[in-house]
Write a new protein. Sequence first.
Length: 328
Amino acid sequence: MELRQLESFVALAEEGALERAAARLGRPPAAVDAAAAALERELGLRLLDRAGPAGREAEGARERRTRLTPAGERLLPEARAVLAAAARLRTTATGVAAGTEGLVRLGTARAFADRVYRALDRLTTRHRGLRVRLERAPQEARLAAVRSGTFDAALVRTVRAAEGVLLHPLWAEPLIAALPAGHPLAAAEHPSPATLAGLPLRLAPRAANPAFHDLVTGALPGWTPGPPFTTLPETLAALAAAPEPSWTLFHPVGSPYPAGLPRSGMPGVVFRTLPDLTTPVSLAVPADRPPAPAVRVLLEALAATETATAAAARAAAAGEAARACTRS
């Protein structure tokens, strides 16, 4: 059974004449009649009564009229449903090829939630047929899943090159410094890495996060090792309670504060952003094949969201500067 046969049957049933059905389909009348007859043989049923030439003229040719048999009347809705499903399939396939339909399996982490959800809102508004399935996993697992094809793409930070993947840079994040509240360096809103280098740094071992460790030590060539880093909450608590001052660094986690802490911080510790020490965030895709159209659409949405975020931040900074000038 072929779609062409079903199309011929439906056209003959709806038009009631072979010539009109052929004109509607843009095919020779003999081909339309033959396709409908082939469908009847396939099903073992007579679907149409062919009455022969009618008694009236139509566009200079005698029309050959057709009407449905009882079997044809019963199967006509089914034939229409099959053709409608085929049309939906073609439409969906066109959307998948254009990147406006389909599914993207995106490896991500909680730290990226704000930007990711804003990008998904943008996609939902423009491409309702495109779904993004968020898959949370540690960064090395995200990269491995992209290489294997388990994930179509993944957000990663700090990584500047990785085997088997291509990186599309999206934005840069300033690192967050945690300092004892009473230390003189905590008075600066954005202390420079150079001024912090002499203060003992609680830094996780390189094996725990090589890219982050190399980023920090490369930016602080004269850094002073401090007490061991355990977990971030434990390290912050130790930093607040220790008699000797020290400090630590971490990535933003949805806001400039560690997860689980109030935005006001924690007693004995202050958080300061370091604009001079940033870490890149990129979209990783497989290196051995071009990204699927839907992944390209997601990449565009993430980039556009970041552009809008940066513009909003510049506008806010300009407004604050204007208010400061007014106050002065």
